[in-house]
Design a binder for this molecule. Structure first.
Ligand SMILES: [Ca+2]
Ligand SMILES: [Ca+2]
Length: 333
């Protein structure tokens, strides 16, 4: 499996990355005109948080991650506290570089989810939505051929696929919420997993939990935020929840041949989480981080998997090292 984020909801913070600046956000875009997407601790399916989108008719409200390739596989659990009173053209989906994007919507008259390509026929699910319940939605989108196809499942049950006869294209993004002013709803999203490998479909049910280190050992390449060497208590500096504090941290202080390829691409230690994070609240003092190194970090640690309970300077398995390409085309839903 070539799983690639982006369940960053467990960070407890929803903000967009600012290009070139570390630690400023986990999403590529966060749109707030029609309501501000936020992490919510009181309503969640697993872990500490879910993403809550409370959208009004003033405009867009959604979070987005860039996604490349021609195939997108996703799992997400969605919960409507109350059922929308009107149809939703979309409350989640995937953006395409050219042509019709894929949207998951809701049919108020039947209380059913539906999938469709923009301007295409809406294909209703076989089951109904229950207010206050989590429903697991799985997608398998292929836009690399004509027609484009979208297989999907709801709560583990295969649904009728949707298709769109049009030229092949590439994926641009995956998003939760809606850009459409007419979509008015409150939804929570949790336990997201995204892959670009069709064979991963269906991903099946699962959960995303934060994992913070419970021990640490010293190495001269890393330092505590106060400049002292990493020691047996350094991991306690990496216990932030939500992960928005930089009060205490651990940073990489020098390039080292033993820190593997990470030494050539970044100057900070890996994040303390099972999630694939793009940023985490461990901020090295700016003067210690050569600008040229930051620029080289297309192998951003956020997109590496972070499975070690004990903090280590070594990178994770190769499969998770390469981030998806960042297409130059439109990302909008
Ligand atoms: Ca969660
Ligand atoms: Ca900290």
């Amino acid at each position: 499996m070539a799983a690639r984020g982006p369940d960053y909801f467990e960070s407890g913070a929803v903000s967009a990355v600012t290009t070139g600046l570390p630690g400023t956000g986990l999403f590529d875009e966060v749109h707030t005109v029609g309501g501000t997407p936020a992490a919510q601790s009181t309503v969640k399916r697993n872990g500490d948080y879910s993403l809550r989108v409370a959208k009004n008719n003033a405009g867009a409200s959604y979070v987005l991650r860039v996604l490349g390739g021609t195939t997108g596989v996703e799992r997400v659990a969605v919960r409507f506290a109350t059922l929308p009173s009107t149809d939703l053209d979309r409350f989640m989906g995937m953006g395409i570089t050219a042509g019709n994007s894929l949207r998951i919507g809701y049919i108020a008259s039947s209380n059913k989810l539906e999938v469709h390509f923009a301007n295409g026929t809406k294909v209703a699910a076989s089951s109904t939505v229950t207010a206050g319940a989590w429903h697991v939605i799985e997608l398998n989108l292929n836009v690399g051929a004509d027609p484009r196809t979208a297989d999907w499942r709801v709560d583990g049950v295969d649904q009728t696929a949707a298709s769109s006869a049009e030229a092949a294209s590439t994926l641009a993004s995956v998003w939760w919420g809606s850009v459409n002013p007419g979509d008015v709803f409150t939804a929570n999203y949790d336990d997201v997993l995204v892959s670009t490998t069709p064979a991963d479909y269906p991903l099946g049910d699962g959960k995303v939990l934060a994992l913070r280190p419970n021990s640490s050992t010293g190495t001269s390449v890393f330092s505590n935020d106060d400049g002292t060497p990493v020691n047996a208590t350094s991991h306690t500096r990496l216990d932030d929840n939500p992960m928005v504090s930089t009060t205490d941290n651990v940073y990489q202080n020098a390039i080292s041949g033993t820190s593997t390829s990470s030494s050539a691409s970044r100057t900070r230690p890996r994040p303390a989480s099972t999630e694939c994070r793009r940023r985490w609240p461990i901020t090295a003092p700016a003067p210690r981080r050569p600008p040229t190194r930051r620029r080289a970090s297309s192998t951003d640690p956020a997109r590496a998997s972070c499975t070690a309970a004990t903090w280590s300077p070594h990178r994770s398995p190769t499969a998770a090292r390469s981030p998806p390409p960042r297409p130059s085309g439109p990302r909008a839903p």
